[in-house]
Design a protein around this ligand. Structure first.
Ligand code: DGY
Length: 318
């Protein structure tokens, strides 16, 4: 009898593809929908053929090794990012890993644009003052931001989400530069990240997290950005050195920042919480009802495909 561990409650309909598995035994989520600890995952993995995980579940080498010594054949992450899974250990132990590419691009690009607009136009500071009763009426010098229309947008990481942001930028009449590990061969490609950072008015990050992209935006690179520039991160928190970013915002060496992701979620660096001209969202990049359902469906259909003996299209290759 195939056993599938679903670590957390999925959006309505998100687990429907699992219904195609005969005699399925579903394990989890916990009745209070709290996360499984690492020890619990290690203990349960060998008894399950599949795990449907969230990006908050640590599926490291210990979980993979324990699982592969038992029944575990597939881990499907309900996220496009999979830095919570040790994909190298999974490949070494013959455990298939899947993610959810494609279905969240537009929603995440919407969130990036939300942060671009909100940070550039100081929406958070203005609204906070209004709600606190500190707004005494229209003022010609109040809450002056930078224009998004006509600005130069620097996109770091030019995959599906980066491109979806570029399409939105075209509608705002922005100039678009992009940087990626491999040349895109498209207009606007900048091989040297430092050069892109120095030229862009607004920089938005769309790289996966890897050892190469950890602290990609550090103090040295922040110092290359214009004092009037805006940094937006909807990728993964550790791509930015948060302490260095907070210092740049406090010192005014960049103008503003919009963040959806953090180095140690759910903790947010205390200096970022205190930083001026900063919009902070709680990792809601893909957070629309329709998209979260599509993500869950894609992950659970991958599990169904593997347990039926097939190969899902959304395999992660280490
Ligand atoms: C992902 O899928 O990696 C996103 O961070 C979830 O919003």
């Amino acid at each position: 009898m195939p056993r599938v561990l679903v670590t957390r409650r999925l959006p309505d309909g998100g687990a429907d593809p699992l219904a195609s598995i005969a005699d399925l035994e579903l394990v989890g989520p916990k009745s209070d929908d709290s996360p499984y600890s690492h020890d619990e995952l290690v203990a349960m993995a060998p008894q399950c053929d599949a795990i449907v995980a969230l990006l908050t579940d640590p599926i490291d080498a210990t979980v993979i090794e324990a699982g592969s010594a038992g029944a575990l054949r597939v881990v499907a992450n309900v996220a496009v990012g999979y830095n919570n899974i040790d994909v190298t250990a999974a490949a070494a132990h013959g455990v298939v890993v899947c993610n959810t590419p494609g279905v969240l691009d537009e929603t995440t690009a919407d969130t990036a644009f939300l942060l671009i607009l909100a940070a550039a136009r100081l929406a958070h500071e203005a609204e906070t003052d209004l709600r606190a009763g500190r707004w005494a009426g229209w003022g010609i010098n109040q809450y002056l931001g930078i224009d998004v229309h006509g600005a130069t947008l620097g996109i770091v990481g030019y995959g599906r989400i980066g491109r979806a942001v570029a399409r939105r930028a075209a509608g705002f009449g922005m100039g678009v530069l992009h940087h990626a590990r491999t040349p895109s061969g498209e207009p606007g490609f900048v091989a040297d990240l430092d050069e892109l950072l120095a030229e862009a008015d607004i920089v938005t990050l769309h790289t996966p997290l890897s050892p190469q992209t950890t602290h990609l935006i550090d103090a040295r690179r922040l110092a290359l950005m214009k004092p009037t520039s805006v940094l937006v991160n909807t990728a993964r928190g550790p791509v930015v050195d948060e302490a260095a970013l907070a210092a740049a915002l406090h010192a005014g060496t960049i103008f503003a920042a919009g963040l959806d992701v953090y180095e140690r979620e759910p903790e947010v660096h205390p200096e970022l919480l205190r930083a001026p001209r900063t919009v902070l969202l709680p990792h809601i990049g893909s957070g629309s009802t329709a998209t979260r359902r599509r993500m869950a469906e894609l992950a659970t259909s991958a599990v169904a495909t593997v347990l039926h003996g097939g190969t899902p299209p959304n395999l992660v290759h280490p």
